[in-house]
Design a protein around this ligand. Sequence first.
Ligand code: NDP
Length: 292
Amino acid sequence: MTATILDGKAFAAQVRTRVAAHVGRLSAAHGLVPGLAVVLLGDDPASHVYVRSKGKHTVEAGMRSFEHLLPAETSQEQLLTLIAALNADPAVHGILVQLPLPAHLNADLVINAIDPAKDVDGFHILNVGLLGTGQKAMVPCTPLGCLMMLRDHLGDMSGLNAVVVGRSNIVGKPMAQLLLGENCTVTLAHSRTRDLAAVCRSADILVAAVGRAEMIPGDWIRPGATVIDVGINRVERDGKKRLVGDVDFAGAVQVAGAITPVPGGVGPMTIACLLANTVTAACRAQGLDAPT
Ligand code: NDP
């Protein structure tokens, strides 16, 4: 038996098409064009590629993209002044500050300066609290993308054992909250977890968000489990640079019921969910129904 491959690239394209259709309707019926502002400090090449890709997809979906590319030495005060201006700008419905920030800046302070209603990354403390208490929140894009793929594949997840490996604020913790919201029995594992192999083997749904190349072998996976591999790890194999996940795909695909590949799994869903969150923010700002 080999697992069903959950094609995030194709699924993300469908989400972007739905977002673009919604944007078209908003524009025609209400003259509303959602706008996304992305703030990037410094010249990290990977971050620039990522920000360009966000801008391209934003425009392709019929929305406005505002890019603020600032030098790495930008002061906290300058950054907070920019965020205040974006908070006040009615053309901007979503604000994303690309992380990580240079070390001289306080990321918590910067993120919490964003208007929570425009916090399309879902990292503001208010959105974290809303999600944690099961209220309507802006949900972080990567776990939201994972949830959409899980819902699409599994439907009702009530009563399933879900194990999330990794407890970061941007992936692991919100993922655990979302799975709890789906009535899963959730285990949040991390670097101090005892007998991680046994914990993983208990999972009907296994989400790996660690950042360690292929650390989860096939024999940690319960036969038939649904595996979501969030990890993006750059490795060199046979002299070639490759991207691999946190799960040993070749081993896991023989055991799992379904699995996301790396690349082409969770990754493309993250930007699609960013676009969806921007439309949601624009709708809420105008008192309109947000897309589901
Ligand atoms: P962090 O480094 O913030 O968190 C990693 C987590 O993994 C920590 O909770 C850590 O535990 C845990 N961990 C580390 N080593 C082990 C171990 N040996 N056993 C069990 N748990 C361990 O990473 P992120 O959450 O930011 O990212 C995780 C991965 O997901 C990365 O590969 C990243 O590139 C990828 N990613 C992909 C995205 C996408 O769009 N597809 C978006 C965001 C991230 P502890 O807390 O105890 O230290």
